[in-house]
Design a protein around this ligand. Sequence first.
Ligand code: FAD
Ligand code: SF4
Ligand code: SF4
Ligand code: SF4
Length: 394
Amino acid sequence: MKNVGLMTEKNCTGCRACEQLCPVKCIKMTANNEGFLLPQVQEDVCIGCSVCVNNCPQNNKLKLNSIREVLCVKNKDDVSLSKSASGGVFPVLAEFVLENNGLVFGSTYDEEVNVLNIGIDNKDEIEKIQGSKYVQSDTKGTFTEAKIALDSGRMVLYTGTPCQIGGLKAFLRKDYDNLITAEIICHGVPSLKFFKAFLEYLNNKYGRKITGIDFRCKDRGWGNAVYRLFYKKNGKNIKKVVYTDKSSYYDAFLKGNICRKSCYSCLYARGQRIADITMGDFWGAEEFHKNFNSINGASYLSLNTEKGIRYLKAIENKFDYEKSDYKYAIKYNHNLEKPTPISNKRDFIYEEFIKLGNNGYKIFDYDCLKPSVGIKKKITNRLPAKLRNWLKKL
Ligand SMILES: Cc1cc2nc3c(=O)[nH]c(=O)nc-3n(C[C@H](O)[C@H](O)[C@H](O)COP(=O)(O)OP(=O)(O)OC[C@H]3O[C@@H](n4cnc5c(N)ncnc54)[C@H](O)[C@@H]3O)c2cc1C
Ligand code: SF4
Ligand code: SF4
Ligand code: SF4
């Protein structure tokens, strides 16, 4: 392959490393019909240098790290914990770097509820990045921004999906002592176009413009029981809590029916890791760590490099934690070591979505997206958090 022009939805993750590396800037990331970004090469400008293919993380051997330590952790700051999806690892990592005049990168929503990675240099901005956005976040120009900061000697924390960390490393092409990477455990990502169609569906359903969405709202404790919508009414900010088992988008996301094609053969879903630190939910914390209070969140945290271990030493007093074991973590967290299996609904859903053209939001009334959640799960979702937690310990 001369350049990345032949990369397909199945093997390209959309990380943008090639686009940012191309010396003549002839790669343009373009959304395909499903809404996923892919590189398009302007062949008449390409000089055939192969920098893009020779560095694309999907075409080259990844430099992965063995897991050194596994912890079950929780942020001691309850306010910060309540804004995070899991046990609030991210804000603690970010705070340390920002206190040391560093730069932190991660995923946020903009005013139009697009999802993209940004860099922040102020502690007041940490909450912009907190929380899980269940959609692909666009890395935009953040790899280049991170490189400029790294070259100037600033400390940089880059957080994101493992393929984004892989993309960043491919783009940087060398190790930096002042770079710390933290990846999330990743189930896969729907496209921004599909997510925006869902928002349009909600706008129509509620007769209001949805201004934000918190996929991991903790009103009913830690877990996936409810999510929260934000909208404005008579100038006031309103929050609406919705059961996830009523949401076609949420249900399809959890079932792996709407991921990017490359996610089903994800190279990063394995016991060796690309980042210094891996963070996720510690599903089953109640079972394996009976004295650990996980009502408002518990994180899986693995340290995969010496740098990760050193970094945690500097901030460990900010966490409640217990040493844990990888074998506990994988019992309920399959995406730690294998990709989400492709479902037979996946292609059908996107095909129907494409057929709808500008009326893509109508897909959320189709049978193929009708939520199908068992009665046991529905009852559990409606139990108070403390009772749910107590039952899980049994
Ligand atoms: C699409 C997706 C799938 C996930 N799948 C799993 C899973 O299968 N198992 C599991 O244990 N955990 C999964 N997680 C991770 C989990 O939901 C939390 O994001 C993680 O535990 C960090 O939570 P926290 O409480 O430490 O910090 P928070 O304060 O919630 O921090 C949020 C962190 O997640 C990053 N982030 C949020 N949304 C995105 C996005 N769309 N793209 C890239 N980075 C993002 C931010 O940059 C930040 O680093 C997933 C997250 C996402 C976004
Ligand atoms: S570098 Fe990233 S965006 Fe470019 S082809 Fe490879 S995976 Fe796709
Ligand atoms: S081969 Fe070189 S010039 Fe051509 S697209 Fe790739 S990086 Fe750009
Ligand atoms: S599942 Fe893998 S390829 Fe898909 S977004 Fe996550 S890390 Fe990237």
